[in-house]
Design a protein. Structure first.
Length: 238
């Protein structure tokens, strides 16, 4: 069954930084290659709370991170270029009183059972659909930028009555990649921030709660690595 096709591909090499829009991508065992590769964090906190995100430093969204030939390149709002290095740490540290630590780039161990599990967020790809975006934009009554949801794939669907919630527990084929849809993505205050201006509009989160019970988009894990490009058909295979 053909669900639709890939209409947008995004990658976010550094957690909570602006990302890059792609025409194609490589899917590894951990997810989209180079996605959520590294992060800043607060060593005094635990679990999810240790990550420094745009909730803590809204200006992070103005730094564009790209993954190029295995390296990370960051462009600041004024055009300066950084790597994942001490210069970037100093740049971001100047914007908060919290002592920041940079995560180390994880290198795969050749004998590891899953040598490519390199993502900060674990083995997952975030997917949203144009149908859900259109429904939310209509009920919210304002123009909606899909970057607010930081999805890896935006899918243009053929049938808007068969929603992404119906995909949970089932398998998708995209290009030569196979995914399993595992769970909803539960949304937080980050979606209220305009990706360009960081102006907050709490009415969006309230609307997502009213219309979607805070569930917007789904997480998928990788069953078969491969590649995905714009226009690839999305097939429900099981």
């Amino acid at each position: 069954m053909q669900l639709g096709e890939i209409s947008e591909i995004y990658r976010y090499p550094i957690k909570s930084f602006a990302g890059e829009k792609l025409e194609d991508c490589v899917i590894e065992e951990y997810g989209l290659q180079g996605d959520r590769f590294v992060t800043f964090y607060d060593e005094t906190k635990k679990d999810w709370y240790k990550y420094m995100t745009a909730r803590n430093i809204p200006n992070l969204l103005n730094y564009k991170a790209e993954f190029k030939d295995g390296d990370i390149q960051v462009t600041s709002p004024d055009g300066r270029v950084f790597g994942w290095d001490e210069a970037l740490l100093e740049e971001i540290q100047n914007q908060t009183t919290t002592t920041l630590t940079m995560s180390k780039r994880k290198e795969p161990h050749p004998e590891a059972k899953h040598p490519h599990l390199l993502s900060v967020d674990g083995a997952s790809i975030l997917i949203i659909t144009d149908s859900s975006l259109n429904k939310l934009q209509e009920t919210w009554g304002k123009e909606l930028d899909d970057r607010r949801f930081r999805a890896n794939f935006v899918i243009t669907v053929n049938d808007d009555t068969f929603t992404e919630g119906d995909w949970i527990g089932r398998k998708l084929s995209i290009g030569d990649t196979k995914l399993q849809v595992d769970s909803f993505c539960e949304r937080c205050v980050l979606i209220t921030m305009d990706p360009d201006t960081q102006v907050k509009d709490p009415t969006l989160l309230r609307k997502v709660n009213e219309e979607f019970n805070l569930h917007f988009g789904v997480y998928a894990s990788v069953l078969q690595p491969g590649s995905v490009k714009l226009g690839d058909k999305v097939l429900l295979v099981e």
